[in-house]
Ligand binder design. Structure first.
Ligand SMILES: [Mg+2]
Length: 379
């Protein structure tokens, strides 16, 4: 079997990659470099010059070749490499007539527990979102901020004491709203300094969040380790890093208790299986990052299905509503807070034929929030 063509498809807010073969099998993947999808599509075009004519079943070799042929790294390139890797696994599964996880060690579970996204502009909406998720049968909620996702055009200002006390009280209200039947995955979106992160973690410890995600900018692993050493709730991080080398640096510092590799960014299934194994050696759980389309969810579930240290799967809103429900032919089934591991060959989902026509590309606006003093802040 040989690769005959590779196409990139920008649809709605997503970048998909289709790999075609002379056997008539097509593989589907997605890039996780969501801020730079045009750049990631450009990297796929560069990789295509090597891949045409190659045997699609040699994914580890192609991964190594594409990662190591030139000097450059980063999210746009790794998103492209990940999308291609997922598409090659999809081809491999279809070629052998089995799901990808069957070729990666077989099932370690029959279903994968998920956390549901909660969005809202007010605290009342966020609390109601937690209650609604519980009513729908979810046992964990996430993307759950103790701050508000306020309009980024509004300048931010709060005193330290107000920022901390308000956030602690908000987590208390989330816990009171759902009781002990729902886990809270608290998402800080990199908003705090290490000193603030320690104060807030100590304040919310009594509400037992499942994890405390990206309390600070994740770029400096020693800083994340410093926070981890001073708090008693588990840190989740890793959605912005790409390789086993970076994850090992994070893990050996004791900076993380749940790693968050993005299958569409951290090297696809080939590499994320290895990242999970590195975490396994540190007794650390895996919570695959997944803010993208049902194609990303399907790739994450192939990983969740075959690793022993899977902990929880991010499950974004709207998989069963347009545009997502119209981008794929059929999304994976989620019942009572668990995604059923699919039996279909490959990754288990296909793009709808009219997806691109129906859902044209929506480029993202380059926008971030500013402090009252005019400086850039994270939200
Ligand atoms: Mg996150």
């Amino acid at each position: 079997m040989k690769i005959t063509d590779i196409k990139t498809l920008l649809i709605d807010r997503y970048l998909f990659v289709q790999v075609y073969t002379d056997a008539g099998i097509t593989g589907l993947g997605e890039s996780g470099a969501w801020g730079y999808l045009e750049a990631s599509a450009g990297a796929v075009e560069t990789f295509k010059r090597y891949l045409i004519g190659q045997d699609p079943l040699r994914m580890e070799h192609h991964w190594q070749y594409l990662y190591r042929w030139s000097a450059f790294r980063g999210a746009a390139i790794m998103g492209a490499l990940s999308a291609i890797d997922i598409a090659l696994w999809d081809i491999m599964g279809k070629h052998f007539g089995v799901p990808c996880y069957q070729l990666m060690g077989g099932k370690t579970r029959d279903k994968a527990r998920v956390y549901y996204h909660v969005f809202g502009e007010t605290k009342e909406e966020l609390i109601q979102g937690c209650i609604d998720a519980k009513a729908k049968g979810f046992t964990a909620v996430g993307h759950l901020t103790p701050f508000l996702d306020e309009d980024p055009s509004l300048p931010f200002f709060k005193t330290h004491v107000d920022k901390m006390e308000d956030a602690i009280d908000t987590v208390r209200r989330y816990r009171e709203a759902v009781g002990k039947e729902v886990d809270l995955c608290v998402e800080i979106h990199r908003r705090l300094t290490p000193a603030e992160a320690i104060v807030l973690a100590r304040g919310i410890e009594q509400y037992h969040p499942f994890f405390y995600e990206d309390p600070i900018l994740p770029d400096h692993f020693d800083s994340m380790a410093l926070v981890a050493q001073h708090i008693n709730i588990p840190i989740a991080t890793g959605e912005r890093i790409h390789t086993i080398y970076e994850f090992e640096m994070l893990l050996k510092r004791g900076a993380v208790q749940y790693i968050r590799p993005d299958v569409c960014l951290a090297g696809g299934l080939t590499h994320c299986k290895k990242i999970a194994a590195v975490a396994e050696a540190h007794n650390v759980g895996v919570v695959p990052h997944n803010p993208l389309s049902p194609v990303s969810t399907a790739a994450c579930i192939q990983l969740a299905a075959c690793i022993p240290n899977f902990a929880l799967q991010e499950y974004p809103l709207g998989e069963n509503e347009p545009p997502k429900s119209e981008i794929v032919k059929s999304a994976l089934k989620c019942e009572n807070g668990f995604i059923i591991i699919p039996d279909a060959p490959g990754i288990g989902v296909e793009l709808a034929e009219d997806a691109q026509e129906k859902w044209p590309y929506k480029p993202r606006t380059v926008k971030t929030r500013l402090h009252l003093d005019g400086s850039v802040i994270d939200q």
